[in-house]
Structures are given as C-alpha cells and as structure tokens.
Design a protein. Structure first.
Length: 146
C-alpha cells in the first residue's frame, strides 16, 4: 500500500466527484492500492473552477478537510502520453497536459477523514494509519439478534 498527497479541492474530487485521474509531475512503477491524502495546501483558484463545481465541491463536507486521508483507490495505470508529443489521450476532462496521468479505479471515500501527515508525491503509510483505514472499511459485526 502506498499513499499520495493531493491538494484540495482535487482530493475531494477524487473521493466524491468521480475524478479518476491524478495529474502528477512524476511517473511511478507502482501499481496497486493507494490512500488519497488531502495535503495541507489548498489550491484556492481551483475551488471556483467549473470542473470542481461539477464534482460537487462542498467546503462543509467532512472530506473537504486538509491534512487527512479521505479515500482509498487502486492505481491501475499511468498515462504519459501528454509528455510524449501526443497531447491528446483518452484520460478525460480531469487530465492536464504536461503531467503524468495516474489512473485511479475503485475509489472509495472513507466515512470520515483520518488525520495524517503527508509527504510530497508517493509515500508509504505507517502501519498505524493503515490499521485505522482498514478498521474503518471493515463492516461492523452484524448483531446476531437481528
Ligand atoms: Zn492520459
């Protein structure tokens, strides 16, 4: 398991708004499960963009927070077309030219954010954080009386 830190409101758009591309300056060989961490920095200009509004951006949503893990996803593929003189690719409206497009699938918003320190780019979440995420995503034991 790895984690990426993403600025709000982009992290929210991944967690809630169907944003399936993370635009990253670097590629990665990593494929597999990924925690989506909202970094401490906010991209204020983006909060008013039509794309972010279309993702249902809501500053009052608990997952609009900063400095916390807010979702899990799978990193399935990295598209580097826009850096290889092929400006168009089929990554959709969230893909920005000049970046590596990390394609995310199976996005799952956490029921509530888990406060955590992030790093730049890809980082390995400590075991304690992983345990909290897993506990949150494990269904509660059904009550045998019902
Ligand atoms: Zn692409």
């Amino acid at each position: 398991m790895q984690a990426i830190s993403v600025q709000q409101p982009w992290a929210f758009a991944i967690a809630r708004g169907g944003k399936s591309i993370s635009n990253q300056a670097l590629p990665t060989a990593y494929r597999g499960p990924l925690l989506i961490h909202a970094s401490m920095r906010v991209d204020l200009k983006a909060c008013d963009s039509p794309l972010i509004r279309s993702a249902g951006w809501d500053p009052g949503d608990p997952l609009a927070t900063i400095g916390a893990v807010i979702a899990t996803a799978d990193l399935d593929e990295v598209c580097s077309s826009s850096l290889l003189d092929r400006p168009s690719c089929d990554c959709g409206p969230w893909a920005e030219p000049g970046f590596h497009h990390w394609r995310l699938t199976s996005v799952r918003a956490l029921p509530r954010p888990i406060v955590a320190l992030g790093r730049t780019s890809l980082w390995e979440p400590p075991a304690g954080l992983m345990n909290k995420v897993q506990a949150m995503l494990t269904p509660a034991t059904p009550n045998p009386l019902h």
